[in-house]
Design a protein around this ligand. Sequence first.
Ligand SMILES: Nc1nc2c(ncn2[C@@H]2O[C@H](COP(=O)(O)OP(=O)(O)OP(=O)(O)O)[C@@H](O)[C@H]2O)c(=O)[nH]1
Ligand SMILES: [Mg+2]
Length: 243
Amino acid sequence: MKGNSLIIIPTYNESENIELIINKILLLNDFNDVLIVDDNSPDGTSEIVSNLKKQNIDRIFLIVRDKKKGLGSAYTNGFKWALDKNYSYIFEMDADLSHDPAEIIKLKELLIKNDTDVVIGSRYLNGVSVVNWPLSRIFLSYFANIYVKIITGMPIKDSTSGFIGYSREALSSLDINKIKFNGYAFQIEMKFKLWKKNFKLREHQIIFVNRKSGKSKMDKNIIFEAIFGVIILKINSIFKIYE
Ligand SMILES: Nc1nc2c(ncn2[C@@H]2O[C@H](COP(=O)(O)OP(=O)(O)OP(=O)(O)O)[C@@H](O)[C@H]2O)c(=O)[nH]1
Ligand SMILES: [Mg+2]
């Protein structure tokens, strides 16, 4: 039977992590379906998922796209799929075990009980709860978040977080085809647009642990997109150019 909550995990070359994370999700004392959106990873990530799917045909789902198209576009694909399948609670999570799947239970509880539309797994709610990142990476991320707050005015401490729960109502209010950005800017864009639509966003502290296996996909383009993306989002919102 199909559950009412879905965890979307975008993957590119996550063969060392994907089985572990899926098993952790399945072992939770909580009923969540999983959708992997893989961009034809050359390391065979999707084959691993296909095998796991055989034993869990009703809980694991897989979309394989033809080539690497970016995290934002993987999520928008996943969002459309989730809305089409009528899920009530839809989550974003990385494949690299930086996000503890056990936190999904808490995030979902907050969505259900607290009249919240968007729950953000936050690294900067109380100080900095990041483990094993080099100091330079913490600085970059922390100050990027202060920058976002100054430009947008959005009262969120971790707007680049990629560990999020959305209510169906919130997600379906967006025109998914108009989501512009692909990297960190995508994460900011999602929160900013929902905040502008007066949905209630709430942060929940998580402990973010640096990936132990596999390679980072972060690059300079993603950082540039975020720097200019925030300004574009703000200008567009002033002139109500797009929603
Ligand atoms: N489908 C798809 N997934 C992607 C793409 N880029 C990144 N991902 C996935 O998105 C998630 C987040 O990417 P990461 O590389 O972990 O980004 P990060 O967390 O900022 O950086 P590190 O943790 O330092 O590696 C991971 O599950 C990646 O496999 C992409 O182009 N397509
Ligand atoms: Mg990561």
